[in-house]
Design a binder for this molecule. Structure first.
Ligand code: ZN
Length: 91
């Protein structure tokens, strides 16, 4: 198992589907190539992979990122106070 921080927001969950969806799409296209051939040869159907990637990217971009975790955060030291933001840097 990797020790990457797993974000559970909708955007990251959809983005995590990219790899499996591309593998499934490539498998279905090769299956069509083997079973049907001709018009359904991989040379004709490969743009479906781009469509799958684009559709998932679009869905990921449109999904809310509520609760998104920005990168791996170092573990907070126990008993320490959180850093105070100076007044000048407040946005
Ligand atoms: Zn996220």
């Amino acid at each position: 198992m990797s020790d990457r921080v797993r974000c559970n927001c909708r955007r990251c969950m959809i983005r995590g589907l990219m790899g499996p969806a591309v593998v499934i799409a490539v498998g279905v296209l090769f299956l069509l190539d083997q079973v049907r051939g001709g018009y359904f040869s991989f040379g004709n159907t490969f743009p479906v992979i781009l469509i799958v990637i684009g559709a998932i990217s679009l869905a990921s971009a449109l999904a809310p990122a509520d609760g998104h975790i920005f990168g791996p955060l170092p573990p907070a030291p126990t008993g320490a106070m959180p850093p105070q933001n100076p007044q000048g840097q407040a946005r």
